[in-house]
Design a protein around this ligand. Sequence first.
Ligand SMILES: C[S@@+](CC[C@H](N)C(=O)[O-])C[C@H]1O[C@@H](n2cnc3c(N)ncnc32)[C@H](O)[C@@H]1O
Length: 258
Amino acid sequence: MNNGEMYHQHSDLQFRGGCSLMHEMLKPKRGESILDLGCGTGRLTMQLASLVGDSGRVVGVDPDPCRIAVAKEQLTKTNVDVPVVFRLGSIYEAVRFGQFDGIFSNYVFHWFERTERAEMMQKMYDCLKPGGRLTFLLEPHQPQRKFIIRDAVRLAMPTVDEEYASGMKMDPPSVWLQHCSTAGFAVELSQVVEINEVEQTLEKLLQVVEAAIPNFKSNMLQDNDLQTLKNRYKSGNGDEVVHTITLLKVSARKPLTP
Ligand SMILES: C[S@@+](CC[C@H](N)C(=O)[O-])C[C@H]1O[C@@H](n2cnc3c(N)ncnc32)[C@H](O)[C@@H]1O
């Protein structure tokens, strides 16, 4: 199974977060055009399409060829006409589709290189119609104890720089809000939420981590590493484990007049 297929199977956590972001913050309307930036295998893109309907339009872009291939395959399996196109790429490819009413981006911004963030935000601004909204969810810097990605990556790659090993560039919420303001967005709503997530077993939780973190494979962990994680993450209910995720959710708007 390649990482695209694996992510498709083990991304319920991201899917749930994305659904709440979509319904609580983006609130797509019929007829709108929406860009799903970093759409992965397109699960949420298809939800966006059902909300904008036939008169609307959704574009999903992602730079990962395995994930975009799964998204395209899923689209061909859908028998009904859905107003979606999937493209390999990022915001630079999305600009070819004209301006959008909204940009939706779920669990993506913490993957941007710090050196490219300002330009990416500026391109997102350019990609939106005046009054258009940018809605995103990311994992900010999180000092809390039960952060499975940090612990799994530290144990699996003890000699590798943690940020390099996970690939995630995590910064405090204030940094992200400043990026929005610098690009010209008016931040209308921002929330930091902490969620406790339960998985039936540690093995299942590690599959979720493996699907999300390209450099990490569960088989990099030794038996004693697995025991350390079991002790730290056990919920007290059989083999069940519990971990904590901190999320930053933001809704920002491009002003009607610059
Ligand atoms: C955790 S997945 C989220 C996928 C999807 N949004 C979801 O919620 O299921 C993060 C995605 O961000 C994509 N990504 C990484 N860097 C990106 C960039 N510079 N521009 C757009 N997408 C990017 C990755 O390829 C990956 O599919």
